[in-house]
Each structure stands twice: as structure tokens, then as C-alpha cells.
Design a protein around this ligand. Structure first.
Ligand code: ADP
Ligand code: MG
Length: 232
């Protein structure tokens, strides 16, 4: 537990080549500590999603490295990385990636089942987390029967149900009304954040700023600052 939960060093991502090369993220270096809820803020297009995709093992960096729980994830084999992601990471991306042919509860249960929790127990846990995000009695429905905001809450339930060590939420309250967003972030901070876990949230939502332990800013692909608030 000596090293920080997340360490990024010189992380850079460009798209295209030659004349058309554009940098989405340039030389991003930062650390996120255990027990910390870190907010990432910055204008649209500043590279937040690209940065978090590299941190989550989804998008290969052009250069730089990412160390999670002391392991350089981009040096792992793809099977080891997939296994690491399954057991250690939770994330919600801006498009929710729900499986259309599964029920809402099955969607939430998937990571638990992949972690070898028995099916019935996983569905019970899924139903509990659907209730926590304010969707009781929706477990049997397919995602298509839910509104955008409800689908976002299903994606949040799926990410938090396994109590991941590293939880990454990309604009998780964008489609939610203020009260719901606040309640969910409050729950995540109280129940999911522990001294051995770490949460990174991208948000523009000033209504939930009070829960931050640290705020990191990005502009034009660069990390421009990180301020630790020291609040619990
Ligand atoms: P944010 O999440 O802060 O809005 P993004 O990380 O989505 O920003 O995007 C940062 C920049 O990288 C933008 O200019 C975007 O157009 C560009 N970008 C992101 N993904 C791609 C891609 N797959 N191909 C080309 N450009 C991309
Ligand atoms: Mg984004």
C-alpha cells in the first residue's frame, strides 16, 4: 500500500499521422491516492475521456505509462490486463455499454458472475445495487425500456457492485437530476471509497464538488493542476 493507487507518467495520446496528427493528451503525469475521491475537470475536448481510457487499460498510450496498484498495466499481457481490469477496476463511460439482450439486473450482475459469484447471489446483489441507484423493481426489464438517465444509473450500479479498488466514472451524473446525482455520489463516497480504494470522477457538476478530496484540471490535453482539499 506504499505506492499510490494510480500513477500516470508522461501519458500522451495522439491520433492520426503526419499533417493530420492531433494530440488528445500530452505528457499527463499525476497520482491518485488510496482513500481519495479525485475529480477531473476541464472543458469539453480537453482530453479527459482519452486520459481515463488509458488509465483504465482500454486505450493504448502513444507514450508514457500507467501504474495501478504498483503494476505497469501497459506492460501486462492482454489476458493479464483483462484479468486485472475484471478484479480491480470499475468504470462508467459516457456511452453506457449496456447489453441490450440482458435484463437490467443481469447487466449489473455480469462482473460479479465473471468474478465467479454464483448466479442467484449475483442477481440478488444486482437488485440491491439497482435499489441503491434508485431503480427498484426495474431489474427484469431490458435496458431499452429505461430512459437515458436510468440507463446511466444501471451502468453506475454495475461499476460499483463489485466494490472495485479503482473506480472511474466519466460524467456519471450528466443525465441525472441534481438530487439523484448527489445521492449517488454521496453513496459512492461513503460506501465504495475505502482506505484501500480510489475513485476518479469526471464532472462539470458543481453540485457534487463538495465530495472531492482532490480536484485535477485539464486544458488542451494537459494536466494543468491538482489541488488536494484535505476534507474527509
Ligand atoms: P473530453 O473527454 O475532455 O471532452 P476527449 O478525450 O474526448 O475530451 O477528446 C480530446 C480530443 O481528442 C478531442 O479533440 C477529440 O476530438 C480528440 N479525440 C478523441 N478520441 C479521438 C479519436 N478516436 N480519433 C481522433 N480524435 C480523437
Ligand atoms: Mg469526455
Amino acid at each position: 500500500m506504499e505506492s499510490p493507487a494510480v500513477v500516470a507518467r508522461g501519458l500522451t495520446k495522439w491520433f492520426g499521422d503526419g499533417e493530420t496528427r492531433t494530440f488528445a493528451v500530452r505528457e499527463a503525469s499525476f497520482e491518485a491516492n488510496y482513500g481519495e475521491l479525485l475529480y477531473l475537470v476541464g472543458p469539453s475536448g480537453s482530453g479527459k475521456t482519452t486520459l481515463l481510457s488509458m488509465i483504465s487499460g482500454i486505450l493504448t498510450p502513444s507514450s508514457g505509462n500507467v501504474t495501478l496498484e504498483g503494476k505497469d498495466i501497459w506492460k501486462m499481457s492482454s489476458t493479464d490486463l483483462a484479468d486485472f481490469r475484471l478484479h480491480k477496476l470499475g468504470f462508467v463511460f459516457q456511452d453506457f455499454h449496456l447489453f441490450p439482450r440482458l435484463t437490467t439486473a443481469e447487466n449489473v450482475a455480469i462482473p460479479l458472475i465473471l468474478q465467479r459469484m454464483p448466479w442467484d447471489k449475483a442477481i440478488d446483489v444486482a437488485e440491491k445495487f439497482l435499489e441503491i441507484v434508485g431503480l427498484p423493481n426495474k431489474g427484469a426489464l431490458p435496458p431499452i425500456k429505461l430512459s437515458g438517465g436510468e440507463q446511466q444509473r444501471v451502468a453506475i450500479a454495475r461499476a460499483i457492485a463489485p466494490h472495485p479498488d479503482i473506480l472511474i466514472l466519466d460524467e456519471p451524473t450528466a443525465s441525472l437530476d441534481g438530487d439523484t446525482g448527489r445521492r449517488i455520489v454521496e453513496f459512492v463516497k461513503q460506501e465504495i471509497l475505502t482506505p484501500t480504494s480510489c475513485i476518479i470522477i469526471v464532472t462539470h457538476d458543481s453540485r457534487i464538488f463538495e465530495y472531492a478530496d482532490a480536484i485535477m484540471t485539464m486544458e488542451d490535453g494537459r494536466v494543468t493542476g491538482i489541488k488536494r482539499t484535505g476534507t474527509e
